[in-house]
Design a binder for this molecule. Structure first.
Ligand SMILES: CCCCCCCCCCCCCCCCCCCCCCCC(=O)SCCNC(=O)CCNC(=O)[C@H](O)C(C)(C)COP(=O)(O)OP(=O)(O)OC[C@H]1O[C@@H](n2cnc3c(N)ncnc32)[C@H](O)[C@@H]1OP(=O)(O)O
Ligand code: FAD
Length: 670
């Protein structure tokens, strides 16, 4: 749709006049500097001027098939644009993924069927191929001569990778692997793009050679003919059916009937099968084939931040425009943003988007540093990265989904309209809580690391920095509550340490009473999930505070003030959410809690005049927001009416069903 131009709604115009800081300064902080902001805007200009974002009919009014076909059309032209004009016009050679990721949302209200190609297929080639394999597949994949996906999950197993049933049996006579789907539940299920779009696929299968199973490994498999796009003989493939979101992502199923691929199609950077069938196991770490999952978990923290920033921009702008009820008799109806309960729903969304974005950047740097260690042969930092990326993916996607839904509640009935975009944003983020490792499963992975760290610290060994609070706790350091940033972080660490200690005790007590370790662990899993979540909270709080302090060192005073108000709001919010835990594991008193409550409510008032400016500082163009409620000009009612009038249901004054059914019913002739 072409966005109509309106004058700015007067309420929004007034809000912008109240702003106390330079918006551009905050935009630059989140982009990583002025230069990066200007690069990103150039990329956005090129894509928006290309006309690619235009739809004749709103996406939500298309049939599923039309939506898919429209998404393929746009993905192809977008790919072409990325390869040609974007580079030529902007002169930017190194397309930073965040900029491409952001502008992709101007094209797709839902998901591109090519998402997994960029998100998992290419990263798996980079992380899992030998240099020879890389030379074969990477240029083709980057040039989109082949389009791929990542098929790991099966109908019967997603979480438990070791339980996957698809087999890849080596035949030394022909130097081939035979891929086979032995049962119904062994069919690959869910892979994005697999249903209709891709011609290649990374397949995860149990490797058999010389009669021995060596567990899951990765294989490059061509599944469709490059010319006709027909499934190759021995391949059964299709779309899995309508779902809550991801409507244009053509998630698919895949089965193999003794399908043969060359030996060289096993991705052999870490483990190899030699020509005679001899298996050479990975030299350094048993879980290196899980590396793409770690990469995606890291990027999903960024997804949580980005999508939350979209939702909260929509809801804050709408709340500045919407007037409802009365605060005192006969007074004009206030903007709903003036209600403290509305501020309570929304300002935590702004602070959380900041916290997650800065945590995502920090995690990305940690990921890059672990990769660089691994290149030098050192895998010592991998367990901590796995533990961090697991809990941050779980908690950030889960919190973001809850807060996005809260943004929808904050928009009342209009938030329920698809044209608000809030239902799309929610259904996308709700899926991120499940895919790439379900919430509970990932927290249990972190818990495993925490229990080990506890045991190491108990044995007097040094533990990694993110769990150094465990050593302090074991030394008997008692937590004394202070309502400063550092004081609150220390108290949250004391909560995490206390919960880990209880888990360890619980496991040990259960073992003393005769249970084996597995049962003792199993019966403690409710507490273990809770302890891992507490650990994660302390990591986010600490990272957010540290990063704001670091990044605003040379900022203007007003930017420092407003950024720090959000940090304090975030710390106060979580203190009030976790009073039970803090009363149990720290020295916080009722008086301290009263103080925090008052501080929180005062902060809502302080932030209120800057609320619209703070969401403007996410710098999200209308074309990216796709929202009748959240456009920059705040012309909510005009846009809602426009959408209603353009609804294909209104193209004819009388629907044919009247003549077919209603009239005969009215006349008693049905
Ligand atoms: C071209 C233009 C087109 C336009 C498109 C425009 C798009 C814009 C472009 C932008 C691109 C950017 C993309 C960003 C967004 C990305 C979105 C991507 C969408 C993804 C869709 C979803 C994909 C999927 O879901 S794939 C399937 C994922 N599946 C899972 O995650 C399964 C979860 N299960 C597991 O991970 C495991 O089974 C696990 C960990 C639960 C248990 O494993 P296992 O049983 O093998 O191990 P354990 O016995 O429990 O542990 C043993 C030991 O290993 C350690 N360990 C486990 N995992 C790891 C690991 N990953 N790394 C390191 N170590 C690990 C574990 O801790 C144990 O250690 P100990 O020391 O022994 O304790
Ligand atoms: C939109 C979407 C896109 C996807 N895209 C892809 C893709 O491109 N490629 C791909 O390979 N996969 C993909 N997936 C699959 C996804 O990775 C899995 O659905 C996910 O890993 C969860 O696994 P599952 O479905 O087997 O859930 P299950 O493991 O069956 O989980 C069901 C419930 O059981 C619980 N549970 C399971 N095991 C345990 C345990 N050990 N302890 C305690 N509780 C447990 C879970 O916590 C959960 O509550 C996609 C999924 C979705 C929704």
């Amino acid at each position: 749709m072409v966005l109509k131009k309106y004058n700015i709604n007067p309420d929004l115009a007034l809000e912008r006049q109240k702003c106390t800081f330079d918006i551009e300064e905050i935009i630059n902080i989140f982009d990583g500097g002025k230069e990066k902001t200007s690069q990103r805007r150039k990329i956005e200009d090129v894509v928006l001027k290309s006309g690619l974002c235009h739809d004749d009919v709103p996406e939500e009014c298309m049939s599923l098939k039309e939506r898919y076909e429209n998404a393929v059309r746009k993905s192809c032209f977008f790919s072409k644009l990325m390869k040609t004009e974007l580079q030529e016009i902007t002169g930017i050679e190194d397309f930073e993924t965040p900029a491409i990721r952001r502008i992709a949302d101007a094209l797709f209200k839902d998901i591109s069927p090519f998402l997994l190609h960029l998100g998992m297929f290419v990263p798996t080639i980079i992380g899992q191929c030998t240099s020879e394999q890389l030379m074969i597949w990477l240029p083709k994949a980057l040039d989109l001569q082949i389009i791929g996906g990542y098929a790991q999950t099966e109908l019967g197993h997603g979480t438990f990778i070791r339980g996957l049933e698809t087999t890849a049996t080596y035949d030394a006579d022909t130097e081939e692997f035979v891929l086979h789907t032995p049962t119904l539940t062994a069919h690959k299920w869910w892979a994005g793009g697999l249903g209709k779009t891709i011609n290649h696929c990374i397949v995860v299968a149990q490797l058999y050679t010389k009669g021995v199973c060596y567990g899951t490994h990765l294989f490059m498999v061509q599944i469709r003919d490059l010319d006709t796009h027909m499934p190759l003989p021995g391949i059964k493939v299709g779309e899995i059916g309508p779902r809550m979101g991801f409507s244009s992502a053509d998630n698919g199923f895949l089965g193999f009937n003794n399908f043969r691929i060359p030996r060289n199609n096993m991705l052999m950077k870490h483990a190899q099968v030699q020509k005679d069938g001899t298996y050479v196991k990975p030299a350094r770490h048993g879980k290196l084939t899980y590396q793409t999952m770690v990469f995606v978990r890291v990027t999903l923290v960024n997804e949580a931040a980005f999508n939350l920033s979209k939702a909260v921009t929509i809801a804050v702008r709408y709340s500045a425009v919407r007037r409802q009820s009365e605060m005192r008799p006969n007074e004009p109806e206030p903007q709903i943003l003036d209600y403290p309960t509305q501020q309570h729903k929304l300002f935590i969304g702004i602070a959380t988007a900041h916290a997650f974005q800065l945590t995502a950047n920090w995690l990305w740097n940690t990921f890059k540093s672990v990769l660089s260690d691994m290149k030098k042969g050192d895998v010592g930092t991998l367990p901590e990265l796995h533990a961090l990326s697991s809990c941050l993916k779980a908690v950030c996607t889960s919190d973001a989904a809850l807060l996005i839904e809260q943004c929808r509640y904050a928009c009342g009935g209009h938030g329920y309209m698809l044209s608000s975009n809030l239902p799309y944003i929610y259904s996308f983020v709700a899926a991120t809580r499940t895919y790439e490792g379900d919430y509970t499963i990932l927290l249990l992975q972190t818990a495993r690391f925490l229990v080990k760290a506890w045991e190491q610290a108990e044995a007097g060994k040094t533990v990694t920095p993110t769990v150094s609070y465990i050593s302090r706790s074991l030394k008997g350091e008692k937590n004394s509550w202070r309502s400063t940033d550092e004081g609150i972080i220390k108290s949250f660490q004391a909560v995490a340490a206390g919960k880990i200690a209880l888990c360890v005790k619980s496991i040990r007590d259960r073992m003393k009473s005769g249970l084996d370790y597995e049962d003792a662990w199993l019966l403690t899993t409710v507490q273990l999930v809770d302890a891992a979540e507490a650990h994660c909270r302390s990591v986010i709080l600490e990272t957010y505070c540290n990063e704001v302090r670091r990044l605003t060192k040379s900022s203007s005073d007003n930017v420092k003030i407003v950024m720090h108000q959000l940090v304090t709001l975030y710390l106060s919010y979580w203190t009030l959410q976790r009073t039970g835990d803090l009363l149990r594991y720290s020295s916080i008193s009722e008086k301290d809690i009263d103080f925090m409550q008052r501080q929180y409510e005062e902060l809502l008032q302080h932030i209120r005049p800057n609320a619209v400016a703070l969401v403007d500082a996410f710098d999200l163009r209308d074309e990216i927001l796709h929202s009748s409620l959240g456009a920059y000009d705040g012309r909510v009612y005009e846009r809602l009416m426009e959408q209603a009038e353009n609804n294909p249901m209104n193209a004819e004054p009388v629907n044919q069903s009247f003549h077919k059914y209603i009239k005969p019913l009215l006349q008693g002739k049905l």
